[in-house]
Write a protein that binds this ligand. Sequence first.
Ligand code: OXC
Length: 311
Amino acid sequence: MLTTSFFDHTFENPFMNASGVHCMTHEELDELAASKAGAFITKSATLESRAGNPEPRYFDVPLGSINSMGLPNKGLDYYLDYALSYQEKQTRPLFFSVAGMSVEENLEMLWVIQKSNFNGITELNLSCPNVPGKPQVAYDFPLTKTILTEVFQFFTKPLGVKLPPYFDMAHFDEMAEILNQFPLTYVNSINSIGNGLYIDPMTESVVIKPKDGFGGIGGEYVKPTALANVRAFYTRLNPSIKIIGTGGIRSGQDAFEHLLCGATMLQVGTELHKEGPAIFERLTAELTAIMDEKGYTSIDEFRGKLKTINV
Ligand code: OXC
């Protein structure tokens, strides 16, 4: 009932982890592989391993989370080794995330992936808000266009981009116009809402150490922004560019809403961090129950069919 076609594969269900959550080590990736998730993705890699920002750097709060991890990861080779051995045993493709510190680093990593035997899907993260001194790339429209132009000179494997949230119709229009010029497999909206501040009134303090407490916000706080971004890109992008919906998915109902807006796959970050990989069983059961109640037998019957008010 939840089967989802994406790229050249059919997944049992649309749910995945959001890159960054439960995917830093081979052990965590194995747990995702063994879970009920339809697919999974690695932590965004840089060429060399990175320690990331000082701790505390991730904090769960009642309505979501705040993080400033700073892209801690074990380096490109660590994840590529995993992906290459995983694909020997499995038919379901793995998604592979990269987030270089510069244009050159992104191009170099994509070259390595292009030349390797990796046959899964690559995600280029253009939206990490947490590296001190490095603005989120996809808020710079000309730079985004330049990067994609250079990437598609040589990269022929399936590629998606992870975007930050946008908040203005003019920005949806402008970014969609750029993205439509490239043979992207997908767009993933949204990364965390960058540089929020969560404070504890008892201690009169911020709750994470990096950047004096400023960090990316996820969870319930961000769902309306995530839905808007999914909808805005679904209605603007070439139909060949699929949408992955990320942001505020805690229940089957949240998943249903993302699908109505037009998402094909769905990623879960904050709530996966809170509940662990068993969450995928709950989400698939809840989404199935909603579809049963509404009489839908497949996601394709309602994907993208959000109604507007026209009276
Ligand atoms: N988004 C990212 O792209 N990366 C991580 N956090 C986040 O919210 C990170 O590593 O900081």
